[in-house]
Design a protein around this ligand. Structure first.
Ligand SMILES: *[C@@H]1O[C@H](CO)[C@@H](O)[C@H](O)[C@H]1NC(C)=O
Ligand SMILES: *[C@@H]1O[C@H](CO)[C@@H](O)[C@H](O)[C@H]1NC(C)=O
Ligand SMILES: *[C@@H]1O[C@H](CO)[C@@H](O)[C@H](O)[C@H]1NC(C)=O
Ligand SMILES: *[C@@H]1O[C@H](CO)[C@@H](O)[C@H](O)[C@H]1NC(C)=O
Ligand SMILES: *[C@@H]1O[C@H](CO)[C@@H](O)[C@H](O)[C@H]1NC(C)=O
Ligand SMILES: *[C@@H]1O[C@H](CO)[C@@H](O)[C@H](O)[C@H]1NC(C)=O
Length: 349
């Protein structure tokens, strides 16, 4: 991608580029360790209760069990008092039905970065308080069955999931974060239906041919990049109330697949349509702040895509506009743009 020119229309401050990062789940438990708490020297003890020899169970925080990075090949016994269990970064290959038979009080269960290829149908079924389940970076070929409906944060990215059953997330009224990116599924059926609290959905890096059905109304961030989506349904963004970030880079979108005004909705802050096959700049709302269109086949700069021709006083709030790697140059940007795009700190063509 060649950056031919960067036109500075107005020198403004570049505010809040990009979406917020996923929060760090290890906030205070993590700080317990980084403050030099001597976890390594603790063994099973008389004050905190039993603890597998390979793990650390700090007596001052007897509901947590640290077993990460120990080269473990299977899940150790988890005492029933445990709420926070860290098993990430080991070599665990399976989670049998009885792996957590006594651990029904779990709130956080970290199993990411293992080699898990199989999960028993009852493995997580009895965990009525489970809030966070991290199974990302494993070798799963399907979404585990009977996941607790109490989950708020479910991470399954970087596995080899080829199928998402319709009932995979059934009853998860409180699910807020669902990460399924970098797997191998082609569609999701109606699996997302009823996820009334979902705010972040990442299904990028799969083989989706269309936008998933029944996208939850409360979504705030929707990541669909690196799939094979060639069109967008009519009124695609019409029913969302909180949506701010839509990322669809690296798909197969053409002008034909984009209904008129589908992106002309207020509320959206960032729209990424880079690395597609667009020939025109789609109409966007004057409230949009970041628009990424680089590496398409855009042939003309249409000011009407950003501002009303009738009401030039209704300025666009666009701060960043990327148009590099298209078939236009700086000369194609009309001088009137300076008024309409007065907030733009950066326009790259
Ligand atoms: C599992 O929990 C039950 C009841 O809470 C207890 O009686 C039993 O001893 C526990 N099993 C082990 C192996 O600790
Ligand atoms: C992942 O599972 C496949 C079978 O589905 C197996 O062939 C492969 O060796 C596994 N990879 C790892 C890293 O465990
Ligand atoms: C969702 O959270 C609320 C409030 O914490 C709780 O009462 C409810 O049971 C939860 N729903 C599920 C399905 O766990
Ligand atoms: C992913 O799963 C497919 C079929 O289930 C299998 O052929 C392939 O080897 C798996 N890939 C990896 C990296 O394990
Ligand atoms: C975009 O939507 C607004 C408000 O719904 C409307 O006034 C405007 O005409 C639309 N822009 C275009 C180019 O159709
Ligand atoms: C400016 O245009 C937006 C849509 O692009 C519309 O929702 C809004 O009402 C307009 N504002 C004014 C003051 O005309």
């Amino acid at each position: 991608m060649r950056l031919a020119a960067v036109l500075l229309l107005l020198l403004g401050t570049l505010l809040g580029l990009g979406a917020p990062q996923h929060n760090d789940p290890f906030l205070w438990l993590g700080s317990l360790r980084s403050r030099g708490y001597p976890l390594g020297s603790l063994q099973a003890d008389n004050t905190g209760g039993e603890c597998p020899a390979e793990c650390d169970c700090p007596p001052t925080f007897p509901v947590a069990m640290y077993c990460d990075n120990r080269g473990m090949k299977s899940v150790p016994f988890v005492p029933s008092r445990m709420k926070y269990v860290y098993l990430q970064h080991n070599q665990i290959t399976a989670v049998p039905d009885d792996a957590f038979a006594n651990a029904t009080n779990l709130v956080w269960l970290m199993l990411h970065e293992n080699h898990i290829a199989s999960v028993g149908k009852k493995a997580f079924a009895k965990m009525a308080s489970l809030d966070r389940l991290y199974l990302n970076h494993n070798n799963l070929s399907k979404v585990p069955a009977n996941l607790p409906s109490s989950l708020r944060d479910l991470r399954l990215e970087h596995n080899n999931i080829t199928k998402v059953p319709p009932s995979a997330f059934a009853g998860m009224d409180n699910l807020t974060i669902l990460l399924l990116n970098d797997n191998s599924f082609q569609d999701m059926g109606a699996a997302l239906k009823g996820l009334s609290s979902l705010t972040l959905l990442d299904v990028s890096g799969n083989q989706l041919k269309k936008v998933p059905e029944g996208l939850p109304e409360m979504l705030h961030q929707l990541y669909l990049e690196s799939n094979a989506i060639d069109s967008i349904p009519n009124n695609f963004l019409g029913h969302f109330t909180q949506l701010q970030y839509v990322r669809m880079a690296h798909n197969q979108l053409t002008d034909k697949g984009i209904p008129a005004n589908v992106f002309n909705v207020s509320g959206l802050v960032e729209l990424d349509l880079s690395f597609n096959k667009l020939e025109r700049i789609p109409t966007v709302s004057t409230t949009l702040e970041h628009l990424y269109l680089q590496a398409n086949q855009i042939k003309e700069f249409s000011l009407g895509s950003f501002c009303s021709v009738v009401d030039v006083m209704n300025f666009s709030k666009l701060k960043v506009l990327r148009l590099d790697g298209n078939e236009i140059s700086l000369q194609d940007v009309p001088t009137e743009s300076a008024l309409c795009l007065r907030m733009a700190a950066e326009i790259a063509v």
